[in-house]
Design a protein around this ligand. Structure first.
Ligand code: FES
Ligand code: FES
Length: 211
């Protein structure tokens, strides 16, 4: 049986013990939170091909491919829209496949082949997809356009290679380059100006399929 004075002592001991535990925990979590700040950035060598030229440089290992292209190589044709993988403005081709360059680290592409809008064509010698965007008026402000064009080039390669999409009726047959296929495959590329119909016309034109 406990007497009131015993209870008081027990409660006091408990409070002191709890306070000590909280103090210990918060000081150790403070130390844990501070630890990374003392480590600093890790500088890593990066080497890959960009638009046919071998590029070698060192950068913070946390640098995205998008920032490496824009800030380190000054290829600012590739645009930063959302920086969260939601708009497609940063689309480039890596070893021929389209990717969102804001969602991948530059150091993950050692030895690979990166193609940006600057590497597809020049003002005097446009890539067929660039020429088709001009012909079909596939842009207004142009901010999304480099990503749209790189993505469109990747889409036609995917279709040619027989890669099915969410709307392919037969997963084993070579997909048709139908409007539905093109719209589905381009759905990750947002155009705030709403040039979608003309973009689909441009891609259909390059695919050789009749609209
Ligand atoms: Fe990469 Fe928007 S900037 S998806
Ligand atoms: Fe303006 Fe697409 S042309 S966002």
């Amino acid at each position: 049986m406990h007497f009131p004075s015993d209870l008081a002592a027990t409660r006091r001991d408990l409070l002191i013990g709890t306070a000590a535990a909280v103090a210990t925990t918060s000081s150790s979590s403070r130390l844990a939170a501070q630890a990374p700040a003392d480590i600093g950035p890790v500088i890593a060598p990066v080497s890959f091909e960009v638009n046919g030229a071998q590029r070698e440089f060192s950068l913070d290992a946390r640098t995205t491919l998008l920032d490496a292209l824009r800030e380190h190589l000054h290829l600012n044709g590739t645009k930063k829209g959302c920086d969260h993988g939601q708009c497609g403005a940063c689309t480039v081709l890596v070893d021929g496949r389209r990717i969102n360059s804001c969602l991948t680290l530059a150091v993950m592409h050692q030895g690979q082949r990166v193609t940006t809008i600057e590497g597809l064509g020049t003002p005097d010698n446009l890539h067929p997809m660039q020429a088709a965007f001009v012909k079909h008026d596939g842009f207004q402000c142009g901010y999304c356009t480099p990503g749209q064009i790189c993505s469109a080039v990747g889409v036609l390669d995917e279709i040619k290679a027989g890669v099915p999409s969410h709307v392919s009726a037969d997963l084993t047959a070579t997909p048709e380059g139908s409007e539905a296929e093109i719209r589905e495959r381009m759905s990750g590329n947002i155009c705030r100006c709403g040039a979608y119909s003309n973009i689909v016309d441009a891609i259909t034109d390059v695919s050789g399929r009749k609209a």
